[in-house]
Design a protein around this ligand. Structure first.
Ligand SMILES: C[S@@+](CC[C@H](N)C(=O)[O-])C[C@H]1O[C@@H](n2cnc3c(N)ncnc32)[C@H](O)[C@@H]1O
Length: 247
């Protein structure tokens, strides 16, 4: 499906993949309408801008945003570099439709592909950048390994992967072991960041990213220079920005 603003959604799933489960952005499909509100309040946009700045995308370069959800990292790429050629990849069709509506409203070109992180929609050695934000902890163990390998395949030599996600050293015991319990909506709202941080730090999905999990994942796939380039102490948890270059 393409339109005048050059926004299209392609379905790259195989028939078997149509029933393949995935962890949606808010953990539950029905919470999707709250995703942009929640991440807006949580200040996720600043994380996207940091990642895009680190990626250093140039005009005309081809970029795939893995686990793009409602498209916010893709839009940050296009805001910084309107002449980039951006494709967002996500298994969540409803999130992609939201991303497409937003792209049309903004009048920016965006290709959206319904599929999984382990099959990046690009020819071998054709991409300048693979970017991903807050998505890797949604991908299961096999999918993560396949993502790293496929990023290496799809990037040209010198092409770069930039991942921003919860990660780095495990959180301190206070956050992990003593979530705030309280009474009433006012109490809950006041302590929401701590409650979310506690949930994030206890999540088995996020645990895969901790202690340099993302760096190790990329290094094992063959990215020789995988490293954390910066981190952000977000109120919902430690966020790492990891980069690596295809040799
Ligand atoms: C927390 S959201 C992040 C969305 C967006 N990148 C952002 O920064 O706002 C995580 C996304 O990962 C997607 N996801 C889950 N499993 C996936 C998989 N196997 N491959 C690619 N994306 C996946 C979800 O559908 C969701 O859109």
């Amino acid at each position: 499906m393409t339109d005048a603003t050059n926004v299209r959604i392609l379905d790259q799933r195989t028939p078997e993949e149509r029933d393949r489960p995935f962890l949606p952005g808010m953990g539950r499909t029905w919470l999707l309408p709250l995703y942009d509100i929640f991440t807006g309040v949580a200040g996720v946009r600043a994380l996207h801008e940091r990642a895009v700045e680190r990626a250093g995308i140039q005009a005309g370069q081809a970029v795939v945003d893995v686990g793009c959800g409602t498209g916010n990292l893709s839009f940050a790429v296009l805001a910084a570099q309107p002449d980039a050629r951006v494709t967002g990849l996500d298994p969540d069709g409803a999130a992609l439709r939201r991303a497409a509506r937003k792209a049309r409203r903004r009048g920016v070109p965006l290709t959206l592909v319904q599929g999984y992180a382990d099959r990046i929609p690009a020819e071998d050695a054709s991409l300048d950048h693979v970017v991903s934000s807050l998505a890797l902890h949604h991908v299961d163990d096999d999918g993560r390994v396949a993502f790293a390998r496929d990023a290496l395949r799809a990037l040209r030599p010198g092409g770069r992967v930039t991942v921003v996600d919860f990660g780095g050293p495990a959180p301190d015991a206070e956050d992990a072991d003593h979530p705030t319990h309280g009474h009433g909506p006012a109490h809950t709202l006041r302590h929401l960041p701590r409650l979310v941080r506690s949930r994030v730090s206890r999540s088995p999905a996020v645990a895969r990213n901790l202690d340099d999990g993302i760096v190790a994942l990329l290094a094992k796939a063959g990215f020789g220079d995988a490293r954390e380039v910066e981190h952000v102490d977000h109120r919902f948890g430690r966020v790492t920005v990891v980069q690596a270059t295809r040799p």
